[in-house]
Design a protein around this ligand. Sequence first.
Ligand SMILES: C[S@@+](CC[C@H](N)C(=O)[O-])C[C@H]1O[C@@H](n2cnc3c(N)ncnc32)[C@H](O)[C@@H]1O
Length: 325
Amino acid sequence: MTSPDLPTELKIALNAKLQGVSRNEAAGRAALISQTYRGGGNSVTIRSEADALAYALARMPATYAAVTASLNALCEIRPDFAPASLLDVGAGPGTATWAAAEALPSLKRFALLDANSALRELALDLGRDSARLGNMTYERGEARAALANAEAADLVVASYMIGETGEAEQSTLAELMWAKARDTLLVVEPGTPAGYARIIALRKWLIALGAHVVAPCPHDGRCPLQPPDWCHFTQRLPRSRAHKQIKGAELPFEDEKFSYVALTRAPVAPYSARVLAQPAVGKVEISAKLCTPEGLVVTKVPRRAKADYARARRWRWGDAITDQG
Ligand SMILES: C[S@@+](CC[C@H](N)C(=O)[O-])C[C@H]1O[C@@H](n2cnc3c(N)ncnc32)[C@H](O)[C@@H]1O
């Protein structure tokens, strides 16, 4: 399992960029950027080097943690997954690339693309001294055109990106990304009903094109959740001092909610279920909400069934339940 905390090399690179930068000013910029996001806007407000750094300080730890959690889930189901090449679509400051490099030691080639020049510059700066990422290539351009020209990769990732494109564009992008994925496509979005809706639409389009789900769903069938319910997960991550200052936050950690889907070309070995919420541990039983190939199940494991109860006590929101676990 890869840690949700930013790798040391990246922390050092971010701290170096922070030298001489006013934390108050960076916090002000970060607040403006998140206000834009909350108002339904997107990253076009990130124009300067200072904006890009403020965005990275405020959001990179959380999006990194969400991508890492998704990659951990993918690798748990496919422990033999060993991609050599990565294509990071809407890469921004390179968050998903850093997460993939950490989770997948087999990766050797890293290609990134994004429309935003300031974020591209920052990503190149952050990766410059990295042994793994020093040779990354980073194409600046609109995803549709840049993807058409991009080389296919074993793993294609789009993290917190598709929500920035129009609804009509999302199916085209999904198909283009799938066409460039030699093996696996991972898409991560905020864990909101809207983020989930985008994931579930993309999942449906790509299953129709022959994709198979690795995670989170243990099946390729319809999502059994009905509104107002939606499939999402949560990842706790530590906040550094700079992170707290930029966000004006006190707590030494935060919980990032995210939705994701990992799709692959070959079907994976079937597994039993995915835990969809933190199980309730009561005096007489454990009650857990599970997504299974047969649909949504609320399973109750009585304390008297000792071995099953002990196994269920280890279940956490987001876990896969396999025959072993
Ligand atoms: C919220 S940021 C996420 C950045 C990064 N993937 C992460 O997880 O931290 C969204 C990124 O998608 C990029 N983006 C949005 N629409 C795009 C498009 N049509 N073509 C290329 N890049 C796009 C933005 O420039 C921005 O860098």
